[in-house]
Design a binder for this molecule. Structure first.
Ligand code: PLP
Length: 394
């Protein structure tokens, strides 16, 4: 007998970044010197006061289940933090504490995806959007994210893709993998256009919302009251407080959807582990200098990597105004993106991700995470330069 999950599992995808990480680790274990610009997580430690809060919670006996939506002080803390950052008034009742930002997209796509409906998502974009849309049987409709548009959403193009079958639109700014930040004027236009479609739900993935550079402002979709009744906001602690391994995120839901999300929590993970929730509260209510210091360091690395990439043969990189990714155009090297990423890892010892791992519109680009030291970034750029000079494609 051969065991087989239902057919939907033939359509589920994954994140190639984890496969690249595994290969990079394998090569390093063989003694190779690998610089990892593939992985999308801060290379900082979680701030001490946050770690201490988790230890204290364990010592204080927070060992049991918590309410499925999260402990009350944390839900209140999230509402206060969102108000501080965006000015939007949120009821703690709308907040769901989840084990990582990813869980919010999982829930939202499960809620709206089924055969016969369209779900719009950014391409290139976080690969799990498309994977989960396909899993549900819904039709994935890519919203092209274009270099000539500064890797911002085009309001006109996004709105032009809406059909009577559209149920959910996924927006992500600041964006993975491009670092693009959609400017206020474009988001204003998009929000105004979406007012014409009151039955379409919106998932706004703002997990990089506190990571912008050169004074570029992050505009939260929470700033548009007309969208609030159908807006699902995805955010969390992974990037802002260097907490990827803790698995902690939060989402804001319109009231009727929160009940559905809470039931999904009860039917799967029950609640986020208690000490992590207390750590999350310490992160929100404690000193915020850890965030600005990390962003200031990323800003220096961003300058280094963008200037360096633009000096490599056949490579050009526009300014990414958010997150911690560069998305250089490599078309003039003559290489296809995935073979180039593979060769850079195997031959030059630099891990990057090929743009097509983020969707069809990612061909011709590489994603480089600059969550690595300035020395390593400099060394990686040298290796890439040597490789590209030596391995010209006719
Ligand atoms: N959304 C985007 C755009 C991301 O890049 C990531 C992680 O890389 C996530 C969500 C998921 O974050 P988490 O690790 O909290 O699940």
């Amino acid at each position: 007998m051969s065991l087989h999950p239902i057919a939907a599992f033939d359509r589920i995808g994954e994140e190639n970044a984890f496969a690249v990480l595994a290969r990079a680790t394998e090569l390093a274990a063989q003694g190779r010197d690998i610089i990892n610009l593939g992985i999308g997580q801060p290379d900082f430690s979680t701030p001490d006061h946050v770690v201490e809060a988790a230890i204290k919670a364990l010592r204080d006996g927070h060992h049991g289940y918590t309410p499925a939506p999260g402990i009350a002080p944390l839900r209140e803390g999230v509402a206060a933090d969102v108000h501080r950052r965006t000015g939007a008034s949120i009821s703690p009742d709308q907040v769901l504490i989840v084990p990582g930002g990813k869980v919010t997209m999982y829930m939202a796509i499960l809620m709206f995806g089924e055969p016969g409906v369209d779900i719009l998502y950014p391409d290139p974009g976080f690969p799990i959007y498309r994977s989960m849309i396909e899993f549900t049987g819904a039709n994935p409709v890519p919203i092209p994210i274009r270099e000539e548009n500064g890797f911002a959403f085009s309001a006109d193009e996004t709105l032009s893709l809406i059909t009577p079958r559209t149920r959910l639109i996924i927006i992500n700014s600041p964006a993975n993998p491009t670092g693009g930040v959609s400017p206020k004027a474009e988001i204003d236009k998009l929000a105004a256009g979406l007012e014409r479609y009151p039955d379409i739900a919106i998932l706004s993935d703002e997990i990089y919302g506190q990571m912008t550079y050169d004074g570029r402002e992050h505009v939260s979709l929470l700033s548009y009251p007309a969208l609030r009744e159908r807006l699902i906001l995805l955010d969390g602690w992974s990037k802002t407080y260097a907490m990827t391994g803790w698995r902690l995120g939060f989402s804001l839901w319109p009231k009727p959807l929160l009940e559905a999300a809470r039931k999904l929590a009860v039917n799967s993970y029950s609640c986020v582990n208690a000490p992590t929730q207390w750590a999350g509260l310490a992160a929100l209510t404690g000193p915020q200098a850890c965030v600005s210091e990390m962003v200031a360091e990323f800003a220096k690395r961003r300058r280094l990597i963008i200037d360096g990439l633009n000096k490599l043969p056949g490579v050009s990189a526009i300014e990414p105004y958010g997150a911690f990714y560069a998305f250089p155009n490599i078309k003039a090297t003559g290489w296809q993106a995935k073979p180039l990423a593979r060769a850079l890892l195997e031959e030059a010892g630099v891990a990057t991700i090929g743009g097509p791992d983020f969707g069809i519109h990612g061909e011709g680009y590489l994603r480089l995470s600059y969550a690595n030291s300035q020395d390593n970034i400099t060394q990686a750029l040298t290796r890439m330069g040597e490789f590209l000079s030596a391995r010209k494609v006719a």
